[in-house]
Design a protein around this ligand. Structure first.
Ligand code: BTN
Length: 252
């Protein structure tokens, strides 16, 4: 796929573990690991990531000459690439929730996990293409669930060369979604590395919850006031403006 060496597997514990393993063997910057299913998929904050066949699971090995704080910007870069990919199927419907959840109609359609070890970063992305995970505390959706059949029929015929589009979207389109995502990611990464975080920040804000939306982060509740120049969440609380640098956020 565009600009990356891709390693594809039928089944892996975690594509990110495999990317770290390949890194230890000397794999180059931009190496991509894709699996049809994961048996030990990882989410943020120590959670698992349900990974049956039919959804997209990929990890990208990045050898970045940047301080760890700047590597954290990667999750915003990736969220934009995922949102642009979702846009190809659901024009204008992908929204972003801090730090990097991609939502359609308020439900999570993709997750992003940035991990750093041994001097490399691994960017792991999971997109719910055909299946929604079950039993979660937050709303989830999938591309197939969210896309009306009529819209699927209008998709790029190079990626959807079929007269039975909705059926294809259940299985065969995972590769198409992955291809599209890697193209968007390659372009977003190049622009971020060349020009820095400012454009990423403004593009991210344009897709985020409106300023003033009440958000809860742990014990802190406040009105969304944007993100700082390093990506920290800014909340206006009765005690003043608060910077949140990690954790999960709920929209109240
Ligand atoms: C989240 O909790 O929102 C992040 C989920 C990240 C899941 C992806 S799937 C591909 C890669 N491999 C993993 O084990 N996790 C990430």
């Amino acid at each position: 796929m565009v600009g990356f060496g891709v390693h594809s597997y039928d089944s892996l514990g975690s594509t990110s573990d495999e990317a770290f393993r390949l890194a230890r063997e000397g794999a180059p910057h931009g190496t991509v690991v894709i699996a049809r299913e994961q048996t030990a998929g990882r989410g943020r904050t120590g959670r698992g990531w349900q990974s049956p066949p039919g959804n997209l699971y990929l990890s990208v090995l990045l050898r970045l000459d940047l301080p760890p704080a700047r590597v954290a910007e990667l999750s915003f870069v990736a969220a934009l690439a995922v949102a642009q990919t979702v846009d190809a199927f659901l024009p204008g419907r992908a929204r972003l929730k801090w730090p990097n959840d991609v939502l359609v109609d308020g439900a999570k359609v993709a997750g992003i996990l940035v991990e750093q070890a041994d001097g490399v970063a691994v960017l792991g992305i999971g997109v719910n293409v055909a299946h929604c995970p079950s039993g979660l505390a937050y709303p989830v959706t999938s591309l197939v669930k969210a896309i009306p059949t009529a819209v699927i029929a209008e998709l790029d015929p190079a990626i959807h060369p079929t007269d039975s589009p909705r059926e294809r979207s259940l299985e065969g389109d995972v590769a198409g979604v992955g291809d599209l995502l890697l193209r968007r990611l390659a372009s977003r990464l190049a622009s971020w590395l060349a020009d820095g975080f400012a454009l990423v920040r403004s593009d991210w804000l344009a897709r985020a919850h409106p300023i003033g939306t009440v958000l809860r982060a742990g014990a802190t509740e406040g009105a969304f006031a944007g993100i700082d120049t390093d990506g920290a969440l800014l909340l206006d609380t009765p005690d003043g403006r608060v910077r949140i640098v990690g954790g999960e956020v709920q929209v109240r």
